[in-house]
Write a protein that binds this ligand. Structure first.
Ligand SMILES: Nc1ncnc2c1ncn2[C@@H]1O[C@H](COP(=O)(O)OP(=O)(O)OP(=O)(O)O)[C@@H](O)[C@H]1O
Length: 808
């Protein structure tokens, strides 16, 4: 075994769960089992060295390959040479300098603008769970305690696109469940010691605070938070200082929408609905910070009137000055991802290009401020010192490689400038020597040049070789020429290589010192980022409101009124969208909506939910007039979906969703129900739907829209004044039915199922036969009898069980 392989094995032994990329010359090599895995994962050649399997990637292409390895769920350790190979005695010293997992990538070329959330789950008893969600690339962190079942945890996971999950080691069954459902998601379990020792110190150091009480977390939450920082310190091999204080999921300032509602209402994009969500419609943002924050805003609408109105008023200000709004858009387009750049500064991972991007971003701030000033909005801090520092220190277009002398600007460090000067007139020196040698030797095509490997040389073509003087020392033979060196060139070379080394050393040191200085600005830069995000989003809301003809909503305690409301997404994809109204108040608060399939019930239902959410994130809304109560929550039960993965039937999923609603909604909630009870037999279905409606109406007193095919439910109106019936208008013509998509008071007289089947292209013979069958089995008198018997059901009085578990 060679000493190098021995060194490799020693290091690999400490990083057994990682693919170890071992720096060897210009390559990162993998050996043994790692080589087999990497060659397959990266589609690179598997070779052999002294009989050992080996596969390598060129060092300059590292990021590219790393990205692929991380996407496939590997943990990667980068092992670098930590001393200069030219001066090393014996084998070069190597150390692991970085461990990467999908949740710890921050490099600009490896990630897109979206958040990269990791989730840590900690439980001391398998009943109480602490969740920490963090984005290492931006420094955001959220924490809270939940009493979830494993299935609820899985639901929670499915509502976020996590890039990595960390679990305390005792959660074995949960780990295998998650692994089964998300085989390519990166999951790691953490030993017990992560959660029991030194948590206070690591948290205090990370936040630079003296007292952890300021975080207002309980002991178990602190343990979980401590584990996150320990994990990051160990993998990143450095202190972690760029996180903001943890926020709670459950906040008195925000509505917490559950994953079902986000999905049902099409609020945020996922693989299937990309381009057709509320986010896509409202995304007029120009900065990455704005786009990410917009997603947060949508998933957590505000519940305090003054906060909502503050946003709406800023939109109004922008709308009043469209020119300023447009100009601001241009400036915002030049603002780069300051939030992530500052994270990278804090982690010593900022590239020279990051610093240029930061400078360019800061340079537009005065222009942005000028505009904000003109319309009376708060201006941003301009960071003049920082801007000056960056502009003095970094070249306009630096290279990515620090140490090449092409990063630090002239004038920033005199010593560096002195060494760089040697190279400045090198081409003239070469020309001088060349001329001198030509004259001396009489070789007219003699060339003097320098390259990285051989240094200075004199090149003479083979035809002139007999004219070469004796002081020329042969260095290299090429096909048509020979290269020589002289004493003079050798001395020069020495000077140059000393200068080159010095430049490398100095530039790296200067750059590093600069980063340390820039770290002082990170906290304030994060505040700047969030302010820019806010301006960016609100400017975008203003633009969206003009482009799509939205109006400013109003708020009150009683009425939910939408006049000529539209579905903001469907209207974009429909030629002639028909607007609709709704008028509810604290008394008339429950709508039973009937109408054929495809007539527009779901669209109507959803548009009421979406308009409420738009209003509460502070956006203008698609309608002619909107007056809303401030909702504390929105619950939805829409569409039938099987949960194949956890083996639950459609009906069970549906009932679980209804149960969450019944346990959590109240008079400040909006409930949207579409076809509850459909997954079971008709009689059961009607009964469950009936009882559910009564409970919501009497006990919860939530604003509710219930779309249904069960005509029987329209009878609820006979029992309760506040339950009203609405239907979708349908035009019957000779050639079939036409959906008018207009919602009006009343009960749908027919379900038009056969007409819809015809529209869908069911063969005519089948349609005709269905009509025959229907005439046989539908018996009008029987239906009327059934309705009468419904009237005999006694009005049930419910009382609320106060001890219900609240999820959010
Ligand atoms: N107000 C409207 N104006 C114009 N077109 C509409 C409107 N509402 C719905 N539509 C069109 O009708 C289609 C069906 O609407 P939707 O899914 O809401 O019907 P539905 O009654 O809920 O049907 P199902 O009961 O089968 O779920 C939509 O995709 C849309 O193209």
């Amino acid at each position: 075994m060679t000493p190098m392989i021995r060194q490799y094995l020693e290091i690999k032994n400490q990083y057994q769960d990682c693919i170890l990329l071992f720096r060897l010359g210009d390559f990162y090599e993998t050996f043994f089992e790692d080589a087999k895995i990497t060659s397959e994962a990266l589609q690179i050649t598997l070779t052999h060295r002294n009989g050992h399997p080996m596969a390598g990637i060129p060092h300059h292409a590292l990021d590219n390959y790393l990205k692929k390895l991380l996407e496939q769920g590997f943990k990667v350790a980068i092992c670098d040479q930590v001393e200069d190979p030219t001066t090393a005695k014996g084998i070069v010293k190597r150390e692991v300098t970085k461990i990467l997992t999908p949740g710890t990538v921050v490099e600009e070329n490896m990630i897109d603008e979206n958040n990269r959330y990791s989730l840590l789950i900690y439980s001391y008893d398998n009943e109480h769970f602490i969740f920490v969600i963090f984005d290492f690339s931006t420094g955001e962190i959220y924490i809270d305690s939940f009493e979830f079942s494993e299935n609820e945890i899985i639901d929670f996971i499915s509502s976020f696109s996590f890039v990595q999950i960390l679990l305390s080691k005792n959660l074995k069954t949960l780990k295998s469940k998650i692994k089964n459902i998300y085989p390519s998601l990166y999951i790691e379990d953490l030993d017990e010691w992560y959660f029991n020792k030194n948590f206070e110190d690591v948290i205090k150091e990370s936040y630079e605070i003296l007292d952890i009480d300021v975080l207002k977390l309980n002991k178990n939450e602190l343990l979980a938070l401590g584990a996150v920082f320990k994990y990051l310190e160990i993998t990143q091999k450095q202190k972690i200082n760029h996180f903001s204080f943890p926020k709670r999921f459950k906040s008195s300032n925000n509505m917490m929408l559950d994953s079902t509602t986000i999905l049902n209402l099409g609020l945020l994009p996922n693989q299937e609905n990309k381009g057709k969500t509320l986010y896509d419609i409202l995304k007029f943002t120009k900065t990455s910070m704005g786009s990410r924050t917009l997603q947060h805003w949508i998933s957590k609408p505000l519940i305090k009137k003054e906060n909502i109105e503050k946003r709406l008023n800023i939109i109004e200000t922008f709308r009043n000055d469209v020119l300023i709004m447009e100009e601001l858009k241009e400036y915002l387009s030049s603002v780069r991802d300051i939030e992530r750049i500052s994270s990278r500064i804090s982690l010593f991972r900022a590239t020279p290009r990051d610093l240029t991007a930061l400078r360019i971003s800061l340079e537009v701030l005065p222009y942005i401020n000028e505009l904000l000033n003109l319309i009376g909005l708060n201006t941003l801090e301009e960071f003049n010192d920082l801007k000056q520092l960056l502009s003095n220190a970094i070249l306009e277009e630096p290279t990515t490689q620090v140490g090449t002398g092409k990063v630090i600007k002239k004038g920033f460090n005199l010593e560096l400038d002195r060494y760089k000067k040697i190279f400045e007139n090198s081409s003239e020196i070469l020309k001088e020597i060349e001329l001198k040698e030509k004259q001396k030797t009489g070789i007219s095509n003699l060339k003097v040049a320098r390259n990285k490997i051989y240094g200075f040389y004199i090149e003479v073509t083979k035809t002139n070789i007999n004219k070469v003087p004796p002081n020329y020392i042969r260095k290299q033979t090429l096909v048509n020429s020979e290269r020589f060196i002289t004493e003079e060139l050798r001395n020069l070379e020495e000077q140059y290589s000393i200068a080159e080394k010095k430049i490398e050393e100095l530039e790296k040191k200067i750059y590093n010192d600069l980063i340390v200085e820039l770290q002082n600005y990170v906290k304030d830069l994060k505040i700047l980022s969030s302010k820019i995000a806010e301006i960016d989003i609100l400017r975008g809301f203003a633009e969206a409101s003009i482009k799509n003809n939205y109006i400013k909503p109003q708020f009150n305690n009683e009425n939910l009124v939408i006049i000529n409301g539209r579905h903001p997404v469907v209207e974009q994809f429909t030629d002639n969208f028909i607007p609709n109204n709704i008028k509810l108040d604290r008394k008339k608060r429950f709508v039973i909506l009937t109408g054929p399939n495809m007539s527009g019930k779901s669209t109507y239902l959803r548009q009421i939910g979406i308009i409420s959410i738009m209003a509460q994130i502070g956006s203008y809304v698609p309608a002619e007039y909107v007056e809303l109560p401030i909702l504390k929550n929105i619950f939805t039960r829409i569409g039938a979906k099987d949960d194949v993965v956890s083996g639950k039937s459609t009906f069970l999923v549906e009932m679980a969703e209804v149960s969450t609603i019944l346990n959590n909604a109240d008079e400040n909630s909006l409930i949207l129900l579409d076809e509850v009870g459909r997954g079971t037999g008709t009689i059961d279905g009607i009964s469950v739907a009936w009882a559910t409606s009564e409970y919501i109406y009497q006990v919860l007193k939530s604003y509710t829209i219930f779309a249904t095919h069960y005509m029987e439910l329209t009878m609820l109106n006979d029992f309760y004044d506040g339950i009203i019936n609405k239907r979708v208008k349908v035009l019957e013509t000779e050639s079939g039915i036409i959906f008018l998509h207009k919602i009006e008071d009343g009960i749908s007289d027919k379900s038009y199922g056969i007409e819809v089947a015809k529209l869908a292209g069911i063969p005519n013979e089948v349609v005709l036969r269905a009509k025959e069958v229907m005439n046989e089995i539908s018996n009008k008198t029987a239906f009327e009898e059934k309705l009468k018997s419904m009237k005999k059901i006694k009005q049930k009085k419910f009382s609320k069980n106060k001890n219900q578990l609240k999820l959010f």
